[in-house]
Design a protein around this ligand. Sequence first.
Ligand SMILES: C[S@@+](CC[C@H](N)C(=O)[O-])C[C@H]1O[C@@H](n2cnc3c(N)ncnc32)[C@H](O)[C@@H]1O
Length: 263
Amino acid sequence: MTVAAALRLTEERLAAAGVETPNVDAELLVAHVLGVSRSQLHAEREREVPDGLNELVERRTRREPLAYVLGEWGFRHLTLKTDARALVPRPETEIVVERCLALLAGESAPRVLDLGTGSGAIALAIADEHPGARVTAVDSSPEALALARENSEALDLAIELHEAGLEAAEEGWDLVVSNPPYVAASEWDSLQPEIRDWEPRAALVGEGLHEEIARRAHTLRLVLEVGDEQAESVAAALDSLGYSNVTITSDLTDRERVVEGIR
Ligand SMILES: C[S@@+](CC[C@H](N)C(=O)[O-])C[C@H]1O[C@@H](n2cnc3c(N)ncnc32)[C@H](O)[C@@H]1O
């Protein structure tokens, strides 16, 4: 089958399965099996598609996240290995990294903690973009930590990784960053299948963790990713805990998703 025909057929199958962006997903899957970038696809339209596409498309029709099917996902300047051991890194989390880098500007060797590192996305991006930073990444999930370690080794970015919970924030840090679980258990059933049926529930469901991290953290700077509609109450909690310069940053779709403060 040619690339042009495979793109048409794949898009139809994904649309029938209820995938939200069948066109984009079809292009990324076909590009992946060809080993080319999505932008190069138009030059390959008459080429034969190699074996392997059908298996990937079937996985995607079962609503497995595209990042797990591809096995890798872009995050800032990095390509991270992604699978069901950890949450798929999201675009809004790239803004979290941006705020960390802004707060660390001018610091030559800051001590940074990424609390709940998952795939290692935040920790590795900070290590990549602030080479002097001494980054520690912890998670309560051994599976997530194993994936973060594989990413650290594959990218040759040295970070310290260990299994720990919120108590890690109590050591002294120049910056603590966290994208903790913040989905209410009552919302679980309404999540899209890609999240509900495939991503680790323990990475998503949690309540009150922002406030607890803010209370326990012994740090000069704190940066937290928050869910929709949570920014104002988390910012108020930081204010009442004595943080100064409390600031809310929106993501590229204008949703308030990052709260930071200085101690
Ligand atoms: C929303 S995910 C964020 C993953 C990654 N930082 C990212 O932004 O893509 C939350 C992570 O926190 C971890 N986690 C949940 N509760 C935790 C706790 N009490 N202590 C440490 N890690 C925790 C989960 O295992 C999960 O990997």
